[in-house]
Design a protein around this ligand. Sequence first.
Ligand code: FES
Ligand SMILES: [Fe+2]
Length: 432
Amino acid sequence: MSEHANRESVMLKPEDNELLCRVGSGTPMGELFRRFWVPALILSEIAEPDCDPVRLRLLGEDLIAFRDSDGRIGVLEERCPHRRASLYFGRNEECGLRCVYHGWKFDVDGNCVDMPNERPETDFKHKVQIKSYAAAEWSGYIWVYMGPADRKPPLPKFEWATLPPTHVWQRKWHYSANWMQGLEGELDTCHTTFLHGGIDPATLSPGLTESTSNWAKDGMPELDVRDAEHGYYYGSKRDLGDGMYNWRLTQWVLPSNSIIPHAKFPISSRAYVPIDDENTFVFGTSFNPEAPMTQEERDYLETGMGAAPKLIPGTFTPEVNKTNDYKRDRALQRSGHATGIPGVNNQDRAIVEAMGSIADRENEHLGTSDIAVIAARRKLIKLAIELADGKEPDLPHNPVAFNVRPIDVTVKQNRLDDVVSCFSDKLRFAAE
Ligand code: FES
Ligand SMILES: [Fe+2]
């Protein structure tokens, strides 16, 4: 195959890029997302019964979330079905959210339970509903399901979701770009050698210190992708010399979850949840599956130098962001730090956001180091087209299939299959 023909086979045509990235209601990828529960809020956003309602934009839809007097979670279309006033201004009272314009009131299931501006004999309130979505509190997040009611799946049993809070650290933050760009960064272990190079180990956790040391030793890792019910996993092999190989087996879980290993716990899992086509909320969960996380590990994550950014207080906006040029320091960069940008996650986000809100994938030149990115695109497009043709995805209805773990090990094994068979208990494929 010529170089040109090879490029033709992997480049993404603009129409495929649109199909891949756009997630509004009625789009093929948007419908695929709507077959999964997605994390949408952290618990503190609607912590108490009768709390303030909050705006929630999800998959391009403007919604309002609240917790009613009985503690039930409501996720309603933002605009009142009467004359489209925003329920953000509504009063959350006595088991329902009341529109302040003319007083219509809705319960968490979208029923109109009061219509004080219409005479009872019209019975109008029983003829009106507001769009509502299923919501559930699970594993430190509030999850929302926006698909057909008769296809509502069980909640996904990610390993971290089944752990006690002592084993988990969580953060939500804003990404100013399409969700797929963020996800692709997670499925691209090769960049770690370059983008995250030259970092002062004093600013890294023990796991990242060991991982960055391995990444620095081999910038041409061999990648091997294996399709799986949950999405795929891929192994990257770095030659450390003396007959030893560092293998990172990263899990991609449909539609937009990465589970990333480090040489030591904690593991980093991130869900890239589309706010709309050009904005994303990341729900980052760092976890130790085998022991409570230490205070030192939690303190490190709070610094914003590792797997998650530090936030501007009271917001989900990272302190290091495009408005301050990601605090990049050219002098630091000249001294050997790859980017001059502080913090591993900030480095990732700077690159991904600066690609533009939806990256132009037609003009990429993908190589062998990009095979995991290519495989994820292909699988997502395939599943979205199949769904549009009436074939439902299987994964949402098999919640234990989400329960996979990545590994980062340095071993003598030279082949992915040998590593998998050696560590199959850790990878937890048996649950599938
Ligand atoms: S617009 Fe909401 S009650 Fe009239
Ligand atoms: Fe990265």
